[in-house]
Design a protein around this ligand. Structure first.
Ligand code: URA
Length: 207
């Protein structure tokens, strides 16, 4: 599996703001939005383009546009904080939704929402979820996408644990990972360390 770690001083600065326990909900959401812009920019660096002819005020000009804008799929709740900025970067993209809660006793994913196009053949899909911890939610989402014929899936995350990266690799699914940092690992309740805490709570407050 391809794994792109977006290693840039601006990405590191926003991630540090997100990690800081002193950052409040609004500051966390702003830093997540900024970082999402950088992650999406990098995730699309090699995306195929098509030529388009337009007229500048001076003369005709051949420019380019994305050949196939990706379907954006935020994983609720935490992925909600990434979708607006991702959509601003790719305004022509369509958006699907997957909702997965986490059973705090077992750390297992509990799916509660699935709103996706029926057929994803030929369509790149960007799954937006800030935290790749055990990989359970991401794998559940990828399985929903593969069942709809997706063959080009990018997991766009802020922080990953090595355990989550290994789970994606082991799954053999057609997937790549774009992430700002791969952290040390998981604690005894499967939170990422050093991580940034619960990315949903940090954006929206506790449930
Ligand atoms: N989900 C989060 O929001 N944070 C973690 O550290 C792990 C999963």
């Amino acid at each position: 599996m391809d794994c792109l770690i977006v290693d840039h001083p601006l990405a590191a600065a926003r991630l540090t703001t997100m990690r800081d326990e002193k950052t409040g909900n609004a500051g966390f959401r702003a830093a997540l939005s900024d970082l999402t812009q950088m992650l999406i920019y990098e995730a699309l660096a090699d995306a195929p383009s098509v030529e388009v002819t337009i007229n500048t005020p001076m003369r005709a000009h051949t420019g380019s546009r994305l050949a196939t804008p990706p379907l954006l799929v935020p994983v609720l709740r935490a992925g909600l904080g990434m979708v607006e900025q991702a959509h601003a970067m790719v305004p022509e993209a369509h958006v699907g939704f997957v909702g997965i809660a986490r059973d705090e006793e077992t750390a297992q994913p509990v799916p509660y929402l699935e709103s996706l196009p029926e057929d994803l053949s030929g369509l790149p899909v960007f799954v937006l979820d800030p935290m790749l911890a055990t990989g359970g939610s991401m794998l559940h989402t990828i399985e929903l996408l593969v069942a709809r014929n997706a063959t080009d899936i990018t997991a766009v995350c802020v922080v990953a644990a090595p355990e989550g990266v290994a789970a994606l690799e082991k799954s053999g699914h057609p997937c790549r990972l774009v992430v700002a940092a791969v952290d040390e690992g998981l604690d005894e309740v499967n939170y990422i360390v050093p991580g940034l805490g619960d990315a949903g709570d940090r954006q929206f407050g506790p449930r």
